[in-house]
Design a protein around this ligand. Structure first.
Ligand SMILES: C[S@@+](CC[C@H](N)C(=O)[O-])C[C@H]1O[C@@H](n2cnc3c(N)ncnc32)[C@H](O)[C@@H]1O
Length: 203
């Protein structure tokens, strides 16, 4: 029987698979962070579905970063994040319904949004309740329709919610939420692998 994503990733945190996962995401995230901080302005930042908190630790070293936090539904991931990221804020919450206690200039997320039943509602909530005016949402996902090698992942990982949408559907979620200046990219494409689909928009 398939399990819910938070239970699966909680187990990954226990067996150390969070670290290999972070390594696998590192190249795309490096490019995403470069893209979203290119204007050299001071910023506050939250990582949505932060896993063991590696992106929060990384961005905290950027000279223009004034505040960085992470949220994840897995207590095991958050315990790890807190143990390695002393001084940063890590919240153990379900992103489907959480409203953060403050707003941010940058909301970042890597490989998370397709694990919720209604990502369009999550993206709308981020626009309405998580972002400052002119704030940016940047999302990276490897699991999307055009990236055919990922189609077996739901069976491979035994996860009960994984939403396989097309690139245009993801972009339409940003448009419908009210984002402007929407741009999209494919990072790390090679042969059959279409790369990480990155969508970014501004409030
Ligand atoms: C594929 S992992 C990615 C982790 C991290 N972004 C990274 O790149 O290493 C997905 C993460 O999303 C979290 N997650 C999934 N559904 C969630 C939900 N409804 N609320 C909060 N976190 C959730 C999982 O616990 C897991 O840590």
């Amino acid at each position: 029987m398939k399990k819910n994503p938070i239970d699966v990733f909680s187990n990954w945190a226990l067996i150390g698979r969070d670290e290999t996962m972070a390594q696998g995401h590192e190249n795309s995230v490096r490019e995403m962070l470069e893209l979203v901080t290119i204007d050299n302005k001071k910023f506050s930042f939250i990582d949505v579905g932060c896993g063991n908190g590696w992106v929060v630790r990384k961005i905290s070293d950027y000279p223009h970063c004034e505040y960085a936090a992470g949220v994840d539904g897995s207590q095991n991931m958050i315990d790890k994040a807190k143990s390695m990221g002393v001084g940063r804020d890590f919240f153990c919450r379900d992103i489907r319904c959480w409203i953060p206690p403050r707003t941010f200039d940058i909301v970042h997320s890597m490989e998370v949004f397709y694990y919720v039943e209604q990502p369009d509602i999550l993206i709308r909530n981020i626009f309405d309740f998580w972002l400052n005016p002119m704030g940016k949402l940047i999302m990276g996902i490897d699991f999307y329709h055009e990236n055919t090698p990922c189609h077996s992942w739901q069976e491979d990982c035994g996860i009960n919610i994984m939403q396989l949408f097309s690139k245009n559907t993801w972009i339409s979620f940003f448009t419908e939420a009210g984002f402007r200046k929407i741009t999209s990219y494919h990072f790390g494409a090679k042969d059959n692998w279409k790369g990480t689909l990155v969508v970014m928009g501004e409030k």
